[in-house]
Design a protein around this ligand. Structure first.
Ligand SMILES: Cc1ncc(COP(=O)(O)O)c(C=O)c1O
Length: 412
């Protein structure tokens, strides 16, 4: 096809495909207000004396098939509590992915431990088990597996590696509410699963997090880790902190909102799954784009829709493609977090603290190289997803993709 016969996209002067905004349903409403009113009526907003946080924990644990859940103030706090509970200590090594949020990595650093970055699978963008295995040393204590974008990791392989080497497996499920592996919710294959309720996640309470485990001893430590080491179990008032903990408590206000949100989760996930799988079906014939790939045992819960752009087939790189799609009115952005985390100044310059040592200085991160992760960031484009999106939004999105791909291909 020549450019002359192709409908010019918005970037070449055509009319943008999307003439109406994407549907947006209110996120919070009467259900949250009703829970908040009840929380206020309790005349306490403290988790230990109120009912909302405890109820959230009970419901979340049941929903995710875990024996215990401990709510906390953020997803980062959840991961920090997990690292405290499993006893991560200074100079330990913890294997982590280089494409994630800093909330995965900071807790490792605050324990005085050393993040060791393993490479990723080029199709799922999650930890590559072979690279994880290569990164293990006698100092390795844990693996933190992030289910990126709501796409599950290869948990069978990662659990086997963790068990073979006697390591803890912590699942970072911050982006993966409603995501399943082997028909089970993520977060229960590892010893501990950590979720976030920050404003941008599938369900939210402004900020908040929750940790799940089926290990009684870990559950006890998780509670202490989030409450300054104070034991507030019924009939106990013990302030004798047994280890270095923090105040990561969730308030009754957050608990109330999260409870109302939890009731909406199934519908949020199924709407996202339906919309995204229909999108994949309709654009899968377009060449030059690697659409989301979920491994055999997984179900994706689409926190976002992550693609890779193959310049040699499409005739455009991730920047050019994203710019053109965005001009059509479709929310796509290239490169996700931009750089793999080990390229951040914090690692390149060992600048964790202004003065003083941190064990991670032992690693020269200027020599860290995860080529697949770097290639993924170079070539990826992310479509923002929301459960509110309508069928008309889907039609427009498909049209925009078709139009832009046809345009680039006509110019080759
Ligand atoms: C993969 C991942 N881990 C951890 C976090 C940290 O969660 P929070 O922002 O609730 O601290 C996030 C948040 O964006 C995340 O996406």
């Amino acid at each position: 096809m020549t450019t002359a016969t192709v409908d010019p996209p918005a970037i070449a002067g055509g009319k943008p495909t999307k003439s109406t905004p994407y549907a947006k349903l209110p996120r919070y409403g009467e259900e949250e207000l009703a829970e908040l009113r009840e929380a206020i009526a309790q005349q306490t907003l403290f988790y230990a004396s109120g009912k909302k946080v405890h109820e959230l924990e009970k419901q979340f644990a049941t929903l995710r098939g875990a024996k215990h859940a401990v709510a906390c103030s953020s997803g980062t706090a959840a991961i920090h509590a997990a690292t405290m509970a499993v006893g991560i200590s200074p100079d330990d090594e913890v294997i982590v992915p280089p494409i994630t949020d800093m909330g995965t990595i900071l807790p490792v650093m605050w324990q005085g431990a050393i993040p060791i970055f393993a490479d990723l699978d080029p199709k799922t963008y999650n930890l590559d088990p072979a690279s994880v295995e290569k990164a293990i040393t006698p100092k390795t204590k844990a693996i933190i597996a992030v289910h990126l974008a709501g796409n599950p990791c290869d948990l069978t392989a990662l659990k086997k590696i963790a068990d073979d080497h006697k390591l803890f497996l912590i699942e970072d499920c911050a982006q993966a509410h409603g995501c399943h592996y082997d028909e089970k919710p993520v977060g229960i294959v590892g010893q501990i699963g950590c979720y976030s309720f920050n404003e941008f996640k599938h369900i939210a309470c402004g900020d908040g997090g929750i940790v799940i485990t089926s290990d009684d001893a870990l559950a006890k430590k998780l509670r202490l880790a989030t409450d300054k080491g104070y034991d507030r179990s019924p009939g106990v008032a013990n302030r004798n902190a047994p280890f270095l903990a923090n105040n990561y408590r969730m308030t009754e206000l957050q608990g109330a909102v999260a409870l109302a949100q939890l009731r909406k989760l199934d519908s949020i996930i199924s709407r996202r799954q339906s919309w995204c799988s229909r999108l994949t079906k309709r654009i899968s014939g377009l060449s030059g784009l690697q659409l989301p790939i979920t491994q055999e045992h997984g179900t994706h819960s689409y926190w976002f829709y992550m693609m890779r752009v193959d310049k040699s087939t499409l005739g455009a790189d991730a920047d050019e493609f994203s710019k053109a799609i965005k001009a059509e009115g479709v929310p796509v952005a290239a490169h996700y977090i931009g750089n793999p985390i080990y390229k951040y100044p914090l690692f390149q310059n060992h600048s964790a603290f202004e003065r003083g040592e941190h064990p991670y200085r032992r690693i020269d991160y200027t020599k860290t190289s995860c080529p697949t992760a770097e290639a993924i960031l170079q070539t990826c484009a992310i479509l923002a997803v929301n459960e509110s999106y309508s069928d008309a939004d889907l039609d427009d999105t498909v049209k925009a993709f078709e139009r832009v791909v046809a345009w680039f291909q006509s110019k080759r």
